[in-house]
Design a protein around this ligand. Structure first.
Ligand code: KIV
Ligand code: ZN
Length: 501
């Protein structure tokens, strides 16, 4: 069984615009658990107190899954990783050290023999603290092959359980990757006793192809992220890898333990949290991935789906609408739809989500599955404390300046402010700023509709920045100004929570 190592919370989260707070990371980790990934890389413990806390909290939140923390090949990093993983049932320290000439010369300023010695020494140190140690030779695909053979041999001797081959800059090609893995299998001492992993970036759009080539060459573990998020052009996308292996099982001949029916929900949960939807034509999880537009295709699919569909939407958990939900639907219907969509909520959460559903059903004729996923998918939309809006009024037009007044409540105290702005959204955000009086800036704002039709649910996403901290706020409503207010307050509350925590 091929092992799936998910690094959404580490390599994914460290990429621009994808940062998540603690609660959001735990939410994603729970989705990864439902997917049944084998390893969750929860962060880089030494990088910041937030990262440390994330590794610690994820390790506690998930069940029987290996949880890894990244660490440079230095003692302090390893100590921090181990400490953060203290309560993990299956902890793994993931060490990395660059082996490519350009990195050793310019970044590490170390000679190859020093790198070799450091790799072995730090692997042995990590091993003294943790049974499961993964070693990554950073930029392996641009490293000298005989040097790589030496380094991997040395870390295996020092106790590594996984040797990982990263294509750090997305430079390699499928054939080259196949040859490299084959070469390592034939030359590295002790390689038969450990797992070989692969970690590919997507700079040339080859991350998934390169990973699959490594699978063909016999690696035991693949590293990937949900929706392919990650540094620069991203990492190999989990959903693409898993579906390629499943759909072309005849060719690859390996299986994964992933519950593919959880993929859609996991992807939507992540995109809701980070406020970045996959491109519409993104394989597997893009909005058009299963849409047939051309007449000939539609005709074929109607006659027999297999004519133009190599995967079925329901295989990845895209629900087929059997039952329509609306304002007359009761709790039971709502609850069973949630279960079909893959959600398992506590009685408390269910109660709150049912209220949200009823509120939406009062405004919209039909509540589609996409609406439910948007409503429930990101539980972090809710804050028990923080600002909530009581009411708002906006006035705008082509011949008058936009004005807005808003009343907010926090800890039982109501405050009201008014402001003008460059349009109604700007005016209402300015009015909120006057109440909140904190030093943050709006760096991005977007609006999209979740479903089709005039009464579609709108989703507003804001990105706010306060010092070094960024927060993504998300708000849903059939009214776009209300959706924007909710998103803004969601972002503000996240920032304030971060400040006070
Ligand atoms: O891309 C890379 O080389 C990495 C390593 C730390 C595995 O992310
Ligand atoms: Zn990486």
């Amino acid at each position: 069984m091929l092992k799936i190592f998910d690094t959404t919370l580490r390599d994914g989260e460290q990429s621009p615009g994808c940062s998540m707070n603690l609660q959001e990371k735990i939410e994603v980790a729970r989705r990864l658990e439902s997917l049944r990934v084998d390893v969750i890389e929860a962060g880089f413990a030494v990088a910041s107190p937030d990262d440390f806390e994330a590794v610690r909290a994820v390790a506690e939140a998930v069940g029987d899954i290996t949880v890894a923390s990244l660490a440079r090949a230095v003692k302090n990093d390893i100590d921090k990783a181990r400490e953060a993983l203290k309560n993990a049932k299956k902890p793994r320290i993931h060490l990395f050290l660059a082996t490519a000439h350009i990195h050793m010369l310019h970044k590490l300023k170390m000679r190859p023999e020093e790198v070799l010695a450091r790799a072995a020494e730090m692997t042995a140190y990590a091993k003294s603290l943790c049974d499961d140690v993964e070693f990554s030779a950073e930029d392996a695909t641009r490293s000298d092959r005989s040097f790589l053979t030496e380094v991997y041999g040395a870390v295996i001797e020092a106790g590594a359980t996984v040797v990982n081959v990263p294509d750090t800059v997305g430079y390699t090609t499928p054939q080259e990757m196949f040859d490299l893995i084959t070469h390592l299998k034939n030359t590295v001492k002790g390689i038969g006793s450990v797992d070989i992993g692969v970690h590919c970036h997507n700079d040339l759009g080859l991350a998934v192809a390169n990973t699959l080539a490594a699978v063909k060459a016999g690696v035991a573990q693949v590293e990937c992220t949900l929706n392919g998020i990650g540094e620069r052009a991203g990492n190999a996308a989990l959903e693409e890898l898993v579906l390629a292996l499943r759909t072309r099982g005849d060719f690859y001949g390996v299986r994964t333990g992933i519950d593919t029916r959880q993929i859609y929900l996991a992807s939507r949960t992540l995109s809701g949290i980070i406020g970045i939807a996959p491109a519409p034509n993104k394989p597997v999880v893009g909005a058009n991935a299963f849409a047939h537009e051309a007449g000939i295709h539609q005709h074929g699919v109607m006659a027999n789906r297999a004519t133009y569909e190599i995967m079925r939407p329901e295989d990845i958990g895209i629900p087929s609408n059997k039952m329509v939900l609306g304002k007359h639907s009761g709790r039971h219907a709502f609850e069973s739809r949630l279960a079909e969509l893959g959600f398992s909520l506590s009685p408390d959460e269910l109660e709150r989500m049912f209220e949200r559903f009823k509120e939406l059903a009062g405004r919209k004729k039909i509540v589609a599955d996409a609406d439910i996923i948007a409503l429930v998918g990101d539980k972090t939309l809710e804050f028990s404390d923080g600002y909530k809006y009581v009411r708002f009024v906006v006035n705008s037009g082509s011949t008058i300046p936009a004005t807005a007044a808003i009343k907010l409540v926090r800890d039982g105290v109501e405050q009201e402010e008014a402001s003008t702005g460059d349009g109604p959204i700007d005016a209402v955000f300015n009015a909120i700023d006057r109440i909140v009086k904190s030093d943050f800036t709006l760096t991005d704002y977007s609006l999209r509709s979740i479903t089709e039709g005039e009464d579609a649910l709108g989703e507003a996403i804001v990105k706010l920045k306060m010092g070094e901290v960024t927060a993504t706020g998300r708000g849903l409503s059939t009214d776009i100004i209300e959706a924007s207010i909710k998103a803004y307050l969601n972002g503000v509350n996240k920032l304030l929570l971060h400040k006070s925590g």
